[in-house]
Design a protein around this ligand. Structure first.
Ligand code: AMP
Length: 192
């Protein structure tokens, strides 16, 4: 699941895992856990996140691979990756990582939301959660990083014919229905 900061990918991922018996792996949550555990690595990550920068690819890929290896794959129908891959290098590494483990990468669901609405949502979230990166300066930096580094990931999946764009404007439930249709279709194709 991909999209600009504030597109709702975290909220939607959490709703989807319940309905489809998937495991939710959020790269952002993984990183925030490292920060709250107050490890040395966490301090380094904290600085990058607070400045709206991405964590280096190699580190992010290793952290994610470790999490995938911890999963009991027999008890779940699949994995939903939330916020990963965020660079083309990560997308390429993900293909390799999953190939080695005999797992298919089915689709990139790209949740698309107008920039004004994204800013509104992020500033609202700042009041609720107080995330260190939900302030106007960092939000602008995150958008820049999104456009330069993450947007090209869409082309990677378009070229592989594994890309679906979802209209992320509207209520949480409306967006959930749209994503559900994509997943239902995918499931019925797999069961053929
Ligand atoms: P998120 O919770 O997905 O909004 O991510 C919050 C922040 O964590 C991002 O702005 C990045 O600084 C960092 N981050 C999350 N996922 C990744 C990733 N796949 N690669 C690099 N940095 C990431």
């Amino acid at each position: 699941m991909a999209g600009a900061p504030g597109c709702g990918k975290g909220t939607q991922s959490k709703m989807i895992v319940e309905k489809y018996n998937l495991k939710h792996l959020s790269s952002g949550e993984l990183l925030r856990k490292e920060i709250s555990d107050k490890t040395e690595l966490g301090q380094y990550i904290d600085k990058l996140i607070s400045n709206g920068q991405l964590i280096p690819d190699e580190l992010m890929i290793d952290m994610l691979a470790q999490q995938i290896d911890l999963l009991d794959k027999n008890s779940i129908e699949g994995i939903i990756l939330d916020g990963f891959p965020r660079t083309v290098t990560q997308a390429q590494a993900l293909e390799e990582m999953m190939d080695k483990r005999g797992i298919d990468v089915d689709v990139l669901i790209d949740v698309s939301v107008d920039e004004d609405e994204l800013i509104n949502r992020l500033l609202k979230r700042a009041e609720l959660l107080g995330r260190s990166d939900d302030n106007i300066d960092t939000i602008k930096q995150r958008f820049d990083v999104y456009h330069s580094k993450t947007k090209p990931v869409s082309d990677f999946y378009k070229n592989a014919d594994k890309y679906v764009s979802i209209d992320g404007m509207g209520t949480v439930d409306e967006i959930f229905v749209r994503i559900g249709k994509v997943l239902d279709q995918l499931q019925s194709q797999k069961n053929k």
